[in-house]
Design a binder for this molecule. Sequence first.
Ligand code: ASP
Ligand code: MG
Length: 432
Amino acid sequence: MQIQIFKFGGASINSADRIKNVTGILTSYAHSPLLVVVSALGKTTNALETVLENFLQQDPIALIESFIKVRDAHFEIMEALFSDKRHPVYGQVDSLFNQLRGYIRKGHLYSNGITDRDFEYDQIVSFGELFSTAIVHHYLVEQGIPCRFFDARDLIKTDTSYRDARVDWTLTGESIRNNIKGYFQGNLQAGSIALTQGFIGSDANGNTTTLGREGSDFSAAIFAWSLQVKEMTIWKDVPGVMNADPKLMGDAVTLETLSYREAIELAYYGASVIHPKTIKPLENANIILRVRSFLDPHLPGTTIQNIREWLISTPIYILKSNQVLISVTSRDFSFILEENLSEIFRILSSFRVKVNIMHNSAISFSFCVDNDPHKILSLISYLQKDYETRYNQGLELYTIRHYNDDAVNRVTWGKKVLMELRSRNTWQVVLG
Ligand code: ASP
Ligand code: MG
């Protein structure tokens, strides 16, 4: 039994028409058992982050407004998909919204100001995937496609690092194999679909956890690894992995094939096409990853697999915008590398901040990070206690893999270069 794994992100299901489009793609693959991993509809996760913010700020009016906005967006799509107002999808989605409403009402319990932001994030923001899969599930069944709904929280088991939960691979592998293989074995008729959520899991106490923004790709890879499938497909709104963002560079091209190694480097440097944690489980089980377009399913897309270092002659451009460059200097002239770096990294890891590029001199250390407003200002004031700390916001970090002079000039032209690093394959620059 060869199980196929498909992942559909928010953009692929952001309207009734797009949900119908996905249903069309699924129908054309209906001959084999298919596990389908789905994210929240469109930009729901961002909208739920606003709900969370209003919940934490204890702003009841903004809270209810932001809640209603999410609810209305879902009901609008449901009304375009299910004309019969008595269809069970309405009751089910309504009851999920009631659960969320009940949860955010308990805000008054936090009048003492003590909250665990990350815990609350996971309890609230995870609803996006529950809403979307309820709708897609009912729609597939309505279209006569045999489909069973699985709650990913029963399958993906994690620790309690809320918002960035670590997977318990042994428990997760077992529960996925028991549930999903069992379902397909009992349903060997053509076209069986197992539908589940990306992004979410649960801890040992049964609390919902999430795997980090854009984590649905990673969820799909967890399923792929657990089931030891041959290949997995991520369906995107681009023709495949491209050598640049086509919105920024009109001459961007699709890369036909990539090694796991190249793909993990690209994801690491910020290519938004694949979540960085996705590649490792796939590489470990030698699973081919295809990135294909849900807008044009006839295109071959990009294949990521176990090939020897592919000779890439096209430069690959990756832009990370909204960067902050932070420089810390020891006040007592002690050497940064030997005497302070491990402490600085301890601080960075306690703030869960990831360094995108770094450089040191004798007594100072400079590094670039994503400007996450909740973390960065408190990180800076923490660092200021022990170090002279300066920072510069609103910067761009460009990475070019397989760079050449033309590529470098193209990116830096007319910009102020604040930091630059080159290795054999990779060139990085921070631009002001
Ligand atoms: N819905 C989540 C997000 O937008 C997870 C995902 O889409 O992969 O981050
Ligand atoms: Mg998404």
